[in-house]
Design a protein around this ligand. Structure first.
Ligand SMILES: [Fe+2]
Ligand SMILES: [Fe+2]
Length: 187
């Protein structure tokens, strides 16, 4: 796919080596899961490779970008600048690569999750946490679960992330709680 090739080349120069390798891992994982769940693998690859496009923007620049592009941020995001790379990334891919709304949303929700995520967004959220370069105790369990049942996987991942944030004493974005509640009520 010509578009993917061009974007990969751009990201290779834009991101640090480590971040680019992670992005390639997310791309591969998202393609694999897209195949399993019957959605467009090219779309999943494009979103996977670009999901962290704004991750390495310095904080000052992030705040400037938010202002200049009229992106609304909430109280939690004001205090957790790191979260902003998701919203900024979604805006960049819209303007730079003409990504569709659901592709933008998958990038927008990849850190906090969101109650109304479609399959693409769930796949990108999960792929970010289980791509082949990720190493933590639960990763194998999540990798298996992602291939079997994406909703249960999302629920388990949110439980894990929320618990960890409590242990660390850091803020929890309400969208993560809403997303978890929705999954709990559905499963
Ligand atoms: Fe990210
Ligand atoms: Fe990521």
């Amino acid at each position: 796919m010509e578009k993917l090739k061009k974007i990969k080349e751009e990201l290779a120069t834009l991101l640090s080596k480590e971040r680019y390798i992670h992005s390639l891992g997310v791309m591969e994982m998202a393609e694999q899961l897209a195949k399993i769940y019957g959605i467009d693998t090219d779309i999943a690859a494009l979103v996977g490779i670009t999901h962290d496009i704004a991750k390495e923007m310095p904080n000052e620049e992030k705040l400037k970008y938010i202002k200049e592009n009229n992106i609304e941020i909430d109280e939690i995001e004001k205090h957790s600048i790191g979260l902003l790379h998701a919203k900024i990334g979604a805006d960049i891919v819209k303007k730079k690569y003409d990504f569709t709304q659901n592709m933008q949303n998958a990038i927008k929700y990849h850190t906090t999750a969101y109650p109304d995520m479609d399959l693409l967004a769930k796949i990108v959220f999960a792929s970010d946490k289980i791509e082949k370069n990720r190493k933590y105790d639960e990763v194998e369990k999540f990798r298996e679960l992602a291939k079997q049942d994406i909703d249960t996987c999302m629920l388990e991942m949110l439980n894990y992330v929320i618990k960890r944030n409590i242990d660390k004493g850091v803020l929890i974005h309400p969208d993560s709680i809403y997303a978890r509640n929705k999954l709990l009520l559905k499963i």
